[in-house]
Design a protein around this ligand. Structure first.
Ligand SMILES: [Zn+2]
Length: 231
């Protein structure tokens, strides 16, 4: 638990800064990305990386659409490995679509065009995930501890731009982190966009967008730490 707290606190210490030295995620991180590209696009994907098949950590629901930037692939591999260590009895994480090999329009999505967006399954009670589909947790079945660990692990990498989730789950997570003493109100406000403020432009990293009851959507930053932009 102490390690988790360290993990969580480091996410706030530097919202988009580098992870703290000595943090477990640093020790486990791959070499820094060296794509030679400054910035990245949210419309197309150049020199994309294919998310490897690592069934101990995660299941790829659509391998043809599992192409992402180096930062995205690193995020999923590092975070799912960390979750395996934190919750060894939990199921591998269901990974939905990222992008097509060259990016571009992906049927059924507004984004997912530049390899910087991924859909990720949510944990149901007991750390359960369905291998190749997203299942909406029934009321009372949302695994607060596991889902918060997953989100805080993502944030701890320093590679996350935003996480999209349904407001009902955001409210549950916010209440849980406060009740469990994991966050102060101020810290919670930095992470969770307050109820009723749904804009993508808000400060909080975890934001409500409709259609995210059975999965979360994570967007990564570019290799230089900038946000993906149209190019
Ligand atoms: Zn998505």
């Amino acid at each position: 638990m102490l390690l988790l707290l360290t993990t969580i606190l480091s996410a706030f210490a530097a919202e988009y800064g580098p992870p703290l030295e000595g943090d477990v995620m640093v020790a486990e991180s791959a070499e820094p990305a060296d794509t030679g590209v400054v910035g990245c696009s949210d419309l197309s994907l150049q020199d994309g990386s294919l998310l490897p098949d690592l069934p101990l950590f995660f299941n790829r629901m659509q391998p043809d659409h599992a192409w992402g930037t180096r930062e995205m692939v690193d995020l999923i591999v590092e975070s799912s490995r960390h979750m395996r260590w934190l919750l060894p009895d939990a199921d591998p994480i269901a990974i939905g679509e990222i992008s097509a090999r060259k990016g571009g329009l992906l049927y059924g999505h507004k984004s997912h065009r530049g390899g910087v967006d991924a859909d990720i399954g949510l944990y149901r009670s007991g750390g359960r995930q369905t291998p190749h589909m997203f299942e909406r947790p029934a009321p009372g079945e949302f695994d607060l501890e596991a889902n918060w660990m997953l989100i805080s692990t993502f944030l701890d990498t320093g590679k996350v731009d935003m996480i999209l989730l349904d407001r009902s789950h955001i409210a549950r997570l916010r209440a849980y982190t406060l009740r469990a003493g994991l966050l102060t109100e101020e810290e919670a406000d930095q992470i969770f966009v307050p109820e009723g403020k749904d804009s993508w432009g808000m400060v909080g990293v975890v934001r409500h967008v409709a259609g995210h009851e059975d999965h979360l959507h994570v967007r990564v930053l570019c290799s230089d730490g900038s946000k993906a932009s149209a190019r």
